[in-house]
Design a protein around this ligand. Structure first.
Ligand code: GLU
Ligand code: MG
Length: 452
């Protein structure tokens, strides 16, 4: 879409404010809005933003990052392809923005530009990543005393839960569809008030953009129905966690052939798939610092909770970090994909997908193969520690500081992120880890409930 088409569409739709949104190092969606009368100009010039925002923690505490203080400015420049009138707020539209320097170049600390760079790197090798985020979230109600409770105590996939959430879920489905997001499946999940509503895969950048639109939609429509929707990985300590599993496959540039698919292989995986998978496993302890990036993420990631806790893979194994999802009958090539379980919706989707690509491409470049023992066909938590060690099955980081340490020592991921993004990202995450370490569980749950 051209700039002038965006302006025309905005005027025809009766939009007043257009918000240029980005997702920051903390996974928080932020942005600034322009009145439609200034839209044409601001599509070209962007909107100014202090460089300090990429040093801001999830608690809005500015971290000490060289070059990211009170002096300096970048521009929020929106991608015209992402213009979306909001069905739940029809006088408003959003656009997903890149952070550009004053010279108009991608800023080193821009997450969306990082993903674009990784997509280009893959494209130079004839590869195209397609992905879908599979979000789980919790519908809750705020009581008069300020406490928050799930909307129901229904059982996993139970029709009682479908009834409890019917009106709001139907409204969310309609709103997603009006924005061009294709809804795949819906069901009430295991936890009280927990919902899972998945949307169709798309090219990597679009999939990440979709995740931003999705989070906005769920939170807003729930709010309009008098509910809070929480994407926190563990909104209630005694309930199932909210994952946001990442499904992905590599295609040729034309998007015609799924390069992960090989019908001759016992698991229907190609050599390309094994190399990519091995790259992801090799970098996984560091990668989770990007895909499970909040303090609350590690309350979810644990053995025997179906969220994965060990570096291993397996066909349809829901305790393995990488599940080979069995394809649909008659659509094997189209539907074969890998599912990364240690991922949640507090992640910045651009960093999560960019990091995944960097890890997988490294596996391809080095021709890595998963260790034979890393294929697991049981719950890995049932294997004795000696056997896990012998088979090369490591425990995933059990806390944010452990994940940060793994990322700090992963040269491949740090190089892919580049110095500005890596430095600011690590500073923000260290800041959050330190702050929450000095508070209790209730503080952690409260401050993760409704930010993402
Ligand atoms: N809620 C689980 C998680 O935290 C996932 C359950 C499932 O869909 O297998 O990842
Ligand atoms: Mg689920």
């Amino acid at each position: 879409m051209e700039t002038r088409d965006v302006v025309r569409q905005a005027i025809e739709a009766g939009v007043q404010l257009v918000f240029f949104l980005y997702c920051d190092n903390g996974g928080i969606i932020r942005g600034k809005g322009t009145h439609v009368a200034r839209l044409e100009q601001r599509l070209r010039t962007g909107i100014g933003l202090t460089v300090a925002m990429q040093a801001m923690s999830d608690m809005d505490q500015l971290q000490a990052v060289p070059g990211m203080g009170p002096v300096g400015e970048v521009r929020l420049v929106p991608d015209p392809q992402t213009f979306t009138v909001l069905p739940y707020a029809p006088k408003r539209a959003v656009m997903l923005a890149d952070l550009l320097t004053l010279q108009g170049e991608p800023w080193g600390a821009c997450p969306r530009s990082f993903l674009k760079r990784m997509v280009q790197k893959a494209a130079a090798q004839g590869l195209r990543l397609r992905a879908a985020f599979e979000p789980e979230w919790t519908l809750a109600r705020r009581r008069d005393d300020g406490t928050v409770v799930p909307i129901d105590d229904s059982l996993c996939f139970s029709s009682v839960g479908m009834t409890a959430a019917q009106e709001v879920v139907d409204a969310i489905v309609a709103a997603l569809e009006a924005q061009g997001l294709e809804v795949e499946q819906y069901y009430p999940e295991l936890g009280h008030g927990q919902q899972e509503l998945s949307i169709r895969f798309a090219d990597a950048l679009r999939a990440a953009d979709n995740q931003i639109l999705y989070r906005e939609t769920v939170r807003n429509v729930a709010w309009q129905h008098g509910y809070l929707a929480s994407f926190a990985p563990k909104p209630f300590a005694d309930q199932a966690g909210n994952g946001c599993h990442l499904h992905f496959s590599l295609w040729d540039l034309a998007g015609e052939r799924n390069l992960f698919y090989d019908p001759e292989d016992p698991l229907q995986l190609s050599q390309t798939a094994y190399h990519f998978l091995a790259g992801v496993l090799a970098h996984l302890p560091a990668l989770v610092a990007l895909t499970c990036p909040s303090v609350n993420s590690y309350r979810r990631l644990g053995p025997r909770t179906w969220s994965s806790a060990f570096v291993c893979y397996g066909p349809d194994n829901r305790e393995a970090a990488l599940r080979i999802a069995s394809p649909f009958w008659g659509q094997e090539m189209a539907s074969l994909n890998l599912e990364l379980k240690p991922a949640d919706a507090t992640a910045n989707p651009y960093l999560a997908l960019g990091g995944l690509l960097a890890a997988g491409l490294d596996g391809l470049a080095r021709g890595l193969q998963p260790a034979e023992g890393q294929r697991v066909d049981v719950d890995p938590a049932t294997l004795p520690p000696e056997e896990l060690a012998r088979r090369g099955i490591r425990r995933l980081p059990a806390s944010l500081p452990e994940a940060i340490a793994a990322l700090e020592s992963d040269a491949t991921l740090l190089e892919a992120l580049g110095p500005a993004l890596a430095t600011s990202y690590l500073a923000v995450r260290r800041g959050d880890a330190a702050l929450f370490a000095s508070h209790d569980e209730a503080f952690e749950l409260r401050h993760h409930f409704y930010k993402y």
